[in-house]
Ligand binder design. Structure first.
Ligand code: SAM
Length: 327
């Protein structure tokens, strides 16, 4: 088992397999994209598999693939099939914008993927276009339908709620849970990314969201499940779906943080909001051993910060874009 200096058990690795993305969400990226990591600097699948095997032998049992957009990376399905063979990994999931899910949902399931989180910030075609700069709402919705058919459950829809942008859709998203077995999760807008300037006043806090949802009906609280996670969970009476509230900014849940992140260029980050990184690619490419990798993992863990400093005078916006960290 892995523990950090604050006695938190670390069992979750989020892997950003690429910094490339097929959307240009305004709050995340500028229209022209961001400077990309060169192909040679991106970890090969073979390298990622080795890192996961070593980390899994030390106590990592949960892996999520993200990006960039993980489904744009060539060979992702075969990679997932190989990853799913690592017996210590009990939970293998993926975060996607859903654009390529329509044709991939079933094969991903066959490959051993357990579940998907799909990012969707609007249910209106025009609004989706305005936010993502791509007219692809229909494609994403078809992707969600295919994921439901394939049984990549529980399927979580992640909505970043931003004042003046999509906050009028809070109730529409919640209504999805009344007719579909989807978990709709509201996520607070975080100070990260190279998109349009983040302003604290743009955040819709989870308490504000919760107050609005409570006007729609009685919310029944659900205890955290086996794989935990930071969401406060609810359900409307009789609803097939669930609501999740993630107060990434207003209610930092650092005391329960169980995560590490691996960037596309092979750096371990122990906190989304800290630019301190520990290089593992360097070990692999100079012919280092698995023992060296384990030792480096412990160095990274030893430096995991106790908490992030958003909302305090110590906070500095992080240098890497979310797409190059793995949101
Ligand atoms: N392409 C995949 C996707 O769309 O889910 C995975 C990567 S994307 C960076 C992961 C998530 O980060 C998305 O749900 C996106 O909305 C979210 N995200 C990006 N910038 C954010 C910010 N400043 N605050 C909150 N969430 C953000």
């Amino acid at each position: 088992m892995l523990f950090d200096p604050y006695k938190r058990k670390i069992n979750y690795l989020r892997i950003s397999v690429t910094d490339r993305c097929n959307l240009r969400c305004r709050y995340c990226m500028p229209e022209e994209g961001i400077p990309l990591i060169s192909h040679q600097d991106i970890l090969t699948y073979e390298e990622i598999l080795r890192i996961v095997r070593v980390f899994a032998s030390q106590g990592i049992s949960k892996v999520r693939l993200t990006g960039g957009e993980p489904l744009v990376r060539k060979g992702i399905v075969d990679f997932i099939a190989r990853l799913s063979q690592i017996k210590e990994i009990k939970d293998l999931s993926l975060t996607t914008n859903g654009l390529l899910l329509k044709n991939l949902a079933e094969v991903l399931k066959q490959a051993g993927l357990k579940r998907v989180n799909i990012s969707l910030d609007s249910l209106k075609r025009e609004r989706f276009y305005q936010i993502t700069r791509r007219d692809d709402f229909e494609r994403v919705w078809k992707g969600i339908e295919e994921a439901l058919k394939a049984g990549l459950a529980p399927i979580k829809i992640n909505m970043v709620a931003i004042k003046g942008l999509n906050d009028d859709e809070i109730e529409d998203f919640a209504r999805l849970t009344l007719r579909l077995p989807l978990t709709v999760r509201y996520i607070e807008y975080m100070p990260s990314g190279n998109g349009e300037e983040w302003k604290e006043t743009d955040i819709l806090t989870i308490s504000q969201v919760q107050a609005r949802l409570e006007k729609m009906g009685k919310l029944i609280s659900i205890p955290s499940d086996r794989w935990g996670g930071p969401a406060k969970r609810f359900r409307f009476e009789g609803a097939p779906g669930e609501i999740g509230l993630i107060g990434a900014v207003s209610s930092h849940f650092c005391a329960d943080c169980n995560r590490l992140r691996l960037t596309p260029d092979g750096k371990i980050r122990t906190c989304l909001f800290s630019d301190d990184e520990v290089d593992v690619k360097e070990i692999i490419r100079r012919g280092g051993s698995d023992e060296d990798l384990k030792a480096r993992l412990l160095v990274a863990l030893g430096a995991k910060p106790e908490r992030h400093h958003i909302n305090t005078h110590l906070f500095k916006k992080c240098q890497r874009n979310m797409s190059a960290i793995g949101g």
